[in-house]
Design a binder for this molecule. Structure first.
Ligand code: FCB
Length: 406
């Protein structure tokens, strides 16, 4: 049996665009319409209407925290025009969480942008960082007295990679120089937002908040053990896993390290295409590991291996996302157990971990992959919008309650 600390945070995450529905003013919405993606987000899970019921379910599963994101395009549908009724909505979201003793962990940017911001050049222009800061100031002013944990930007490099290298997400550019500019702007936006949020709390005499990004980490390993592959693993590990965190740590702009962990990346440089060097994984079926329905390797040990290396930052860690899409709920139960064990082993090695948040509370819109991947510990019927608690959620609920895992 393993045991987690008494004050450990347990919960599940969502992101606004993936669950709320009808985010008409987001760049993604416009892009879905224009490009005709195979499945558009539409009403998503109608979480915008049903958030209280969803939080009741989280509470009934013994969660004590919940991660969600604010949809910027709702609160600022036009440049410099904030919609107070939408801000009230998110105030009510936070209040509803607090009423259920669910600690809110609030993400300010989770992949989507207001259309006007995207038209102004989005993250490709350093001038636009000020827009983000204005939005952050507004939200922190409205929610600050009830929020301790802020996540400024979700997975900056995942965003850059899909939107500016692969070009499969809006604005669908494929430019390495541009991706570098965007990455730098995201880092700069975080550092400035970090300082701004702390300043707002200080001015209002509120206890200091804890701020981070959500950093996606991958456990890279060479496919064939060749020198080339080992070099590529080294480069990816440095560039993808650590460079961004190093930069923020250098600026002392992290209070904890938010981590999203899903998979291993089996590195194969055959062909030497530039994108191979960046993030591509072996597509030749060499991996023997079990996979989720999107084909991602399931590799719990990777979490341990990465966490013990994160120790050098000397900051607490918060697992902000970890999950599996599957049609087999037993696989989800095993996934959670194995990753919790791996997490616990890292804690035994002295890694300070604040909590574990499963992705996701409910099935949702998995971006360009549509609604097919089922990540939820709660299922969603997209015809009736009915929610069904899965067995894996119940087993996880036991751990949330006791802090123990047999
Ligand atoms: C992460 C994203 C999240 C979700 C999961 C499956 O990269 O942060 O929105 O799509 O993957």
């Amino acid at each position: 049996m393993i045991e987690f600390p008494k004050d450990f945070f347990w919960g599940a995450a969502t992101a606004a665009y993936q669950v709320e529905g009808n985010n008409l003013n987001a760049d993604w919405w416009e892009w879905e319409k224009r490009t005709g993606v195979k499945e558009s987000s539409g009403k998503a899970c109608r979480h915008y209407e049903f958030y209280k019921q969803d939080f009741d379910l989280a509470k009934s599963l013994n969660h004590n925290c919940h991660r969600f994101s604010i949809e910027w395009s709702r609160v600022e549908p036009q440049e410099n025009k904030f919609d107070e009724s939408e801000i009230n909505h998110y105030q009510d979201v936070v209040l509803s969480l607090k009423e259920r003793n669910l600690e809110p962990i609030v993400t300010l940017h989770h992949f989507t942008n207001p259309i006007w911001f995207a038209r102004a050049g989005g993250w490709g222009s350093s001038r636009n960082i000020d827009y983000f800061l204005k939005y952050v100031e507004k939200i922190v002013g409205a929610l600050g007295d009830r929020v301790r944990f802020w996540v400024t930007i979700n997975e900056p490099l995942v965003y850059t990679y899909h939107s500016y290298i692969l070009g499969v997400w809006p604005p669908q550019e494929k430019s390495l120089p541009k991706s570098k500019v965007v990455t730098d702007n995201l880092a700069c936006a975080h550092i400035k937002a970090y300082k701004l949020i702390h300043a707002v709390y200080k001015k209002r005499n509120l206890p200091a908040p804890s701020i981070s990004i959500a950093k996606n980490l991958q456990a890279f390993a060479p496919c064939k053990d060749s020198l080339r592959n080992r070099i590529a693993v080294y480069l990816r590990d440095r560039g993808y896993n650590f460079a961004f965190l190093d930069e923020l740590a250098r600026h002392k702009a992290l209070d904890f390290i938010g981590i999203n962990y899903y998979t291993r990346g089996l590195v194969d440089t055959e062909g030497w295409r530039l994108k191979n060097l960046l993030l591509d994984t072996c597509k030749k079926g060499h991996s023997q590991l079990e996979k989720n329905t999107l084909g991602w390797d399931i590799y719990p040990e990777g979490l341990y291996k990465l966490l013990v290396r994160i120790k050098r930052y000397n900051l607490p860690v918060f697992i902000l996302e970890n999950g599996i899409c599957t049609e087999n709920d037993n696989a989800r139960r095993d996934f959670i157990r194995q990753h919790l064990k791996s997490l616990h082993s890292a804690m035994d090695k002295g890694v300070k971990v604040l909590g574990y948040i499963y992705w996701s509370l409910i099935d949702n819109y998995e971006w360009d992959k549509g609604f097919a991947p089922r990540f939820g510990i709660i299922g969603v019927d997209y015809n009736t919008y009915e929610r069904t608690i899965r067995e894996s959620a119940k087993e996880f609920a036991q751990t949330c309650k006791t802090g123990r895992l047999e």
